[in-house]
Design a protein around this ligand. Structure first.
Ligand code: BES
Ligand code: ZN
Ligand code: ZN
Length: 474
């Protein structure tokens, strides 16, 4: 075998369905069998002495996740061989899944470049895939779909970088700073950003956020981002994300065996930031606002204690039953602010909120609660396009009873059962009459063992793509 050989011309990747087996002549003169089984690969020299790669896509039509997966596989392969420029023949994918699949194709190609502990921008810049096999008449549409897929992938990778960042390097104010810097780099005049610091939180009466954040010498803050591409419209989606940059549990201290992922407790806020970035980059035309409460949950003289009663931005009082149920406290204030001051017509919150959802659904499906059918249908549609997996949970009067308090309006922990439902319902108390949807991503925000090959162990960027599609114009 000649290992010195340079590839003179091009590197072309094609996706090949499993039909009949092919025998391919290799550059070594040997022949090799290729079936086209899902994620099977074959590299060979073609007649023009260019290098060709076949990637199998199996027999069945590909699911959305599989389209992201096969294309991420292609780009990972090129990274492995250090091929910086290559052609990606997408004709078979378009034929099978339609021109819109280029959003997932572009996403997969970008996600495939990701490396942990390296700013995603660097890895992304290093490789260029040239899409070919697109019908002439579809070229304009294709360009738009590819741009959209790339923007979504950037949002996902931005969120991953933030979530993977250790908490000693990402304190609440630094977290806000990173997001502001990223959004400002877009020079988008439809974006308005406001950072509220700890002193201001106190004077505004954001007691729930302030009280959790007061557990640490690294002060809490609140980031409000308004994206207004359509000033004449009254509609505005509010996105609220949990930004606990480290969650020790506070005085209800987590056991050391559960401390491993505590730096990732800001994945909800990171997902919202990633989605807003992608929406603004793509010039989407719906009004969207983000409300990101950021703080640490630690043990100190200033920490909450079980039994404490605090106030909140809404005016409702809260009995603290468990200091480790801090996420719902800071989300309560952010949701209140969104519906009172943020002029939102619907509100979505996303958070790594409960261990219970991990026990129930594992690492590939997130939990959903929603109190309005129309909003839920829109969400379902978005999740279908993104490929992310969600499961809706019910809630009834008896669950609402579980968070009633004798000494305050509400308490921050329910009975021993239904932990995911009662956590969601606690937040709903603060949404007032505004249609509300709640995503618990405690299981899906982080994977130790990747489920799909476009993931890497660590942060997944969960939520970004579905939120993006929920907020894109029809
Ligand atoms: N951030 C945690 C939830 C979590 C658990 C995220 C596992 C990721 C993986 C949250 O603040 C928390 O500690 N929730 C408690 C609530 C309980 C005390 C009512 C939980 O789920 O145990
Ligand atoms: Zn906690
Ligand atoms: Zn938490």
């Amino acid at each position: 075998m000649n290992t010195e050989k340079q590839w003179k011309n091009k590197f072309q990747i094609s996706f090949v369905a499993e039909e009949h087996q092919r025998i391919q002549e290799l550059s070594t003169g040997l022949q090799q069998l290729f079936h086209g089984k899902y994620l099977e690969q074959l590299i060979f020299e073609n007649e023009e002495a260019d290098m060709s790669v076949y990637i199998g896509i199996g027999k069945e039509p590909l699911t959305t996740n599989q389209i992201i997966e096969v294309t991420a596989f292609a780009s990972q392969l090129m990274k492995e061989y250090d091929i910086k420029n290559y052609d990606l023949d997408v004709s078979n994918l378009i034929e099978q899944a339609g021109i819109r699949c280029l959003e997932q194709v572009a996403q997969g190609v970008c996600l495939g470049t990701f490396e942990k502990y390296k700013p995603y921008e660097e890895s992304l810049r290093a490789f260029t895939a040239c899409f070919c096999g697109i019908p002439d008449l579809e070229q304009r549409k294709a360009k738009a779909h590819i741009a959209k897929g790339q923007a979504i992938a950037e949002g996902i990778l931005f969120a991953r970088d933030l979530v993977n960042c250790p908490s000693n390097q990402l304190k609440p104010m630094e977290f806000a700073g990173r997001i502001m810097k990223k959004l400002n780099s877009l020079h988008c005049k439809e974006l308005k950003i406001q950072l509220i610091d700890a002193d201001k939180l106190k004077t505004m009466g954001m007691d729930a956020l302030y009280s959790v954040g007061n557990s640490s010498a690294n002060p809490p803050c609140f980031l409000e981002i308004e994206y207004t591409p359509k000033p004449q419209s009254k509609n505005r989606i509010g996105l609220v994300g949990k930004g606990v940059t480290v969650d020790t549990g506070g005085y209800c201290l987590k056991p050391s065996s559960s401390m491993a992922g505590i730096k990732g407790d800001m994945a909800g806020a990171a997902a919202v930031a990633g989605a807003i970035y992608a929406l603004a980059k793509n010039g989407q035309k719906k009004n969207v606002s983000a409300f990101l409460p950021m703080c640490e949950n630690r043990i100190s003289n200033g920490s909450l204690l079980p039994g404490d009663v605090i106030s909140s931005y809404s005016g409702k009082t809260i009995e603290i039953m468990n200091t480790d149920a801090e996420g719902r406290l800071i989300l309560a204030d952010a949701v209140s602010y969104a519906v009172k001051k943020g002029e939102v017509t619907s509100v979505l919150d996303i958070a790594t909120l409960t261990g219970a959802v991990v026990n129930m659904l594992g690492f590939s499906i997130a939990g959903v609660l929603c109190d309005q059918e129309q909003l839920y249908q829109q969400f379902l549609k978005a999740a279908k396009i993104s490929g992310e997996q969600y499961h809706r949970l019910p809630f009834k009067k008896e669950h609402e009873e579980m968070i009633k308090s004798e000494v305050a309006d509400v308490k921050n922990m329910g009975d021993s059962c239904c932990g995911t439902i009662t956590a969601g319902l606690f937040i709903r108390e603060f949404a007032e009459q505004t249609p509300w949807i709640h995503l618990d991503i405690a299981g899906t925000a982080w994977v130790d063992t990747p489920i799909w090959n476009y993931q890497k162990s660590g942060a997944t960027g969960a939520g970004v793509s579905t939120i993006y599609y929920l907020c894109e114009d029809e």
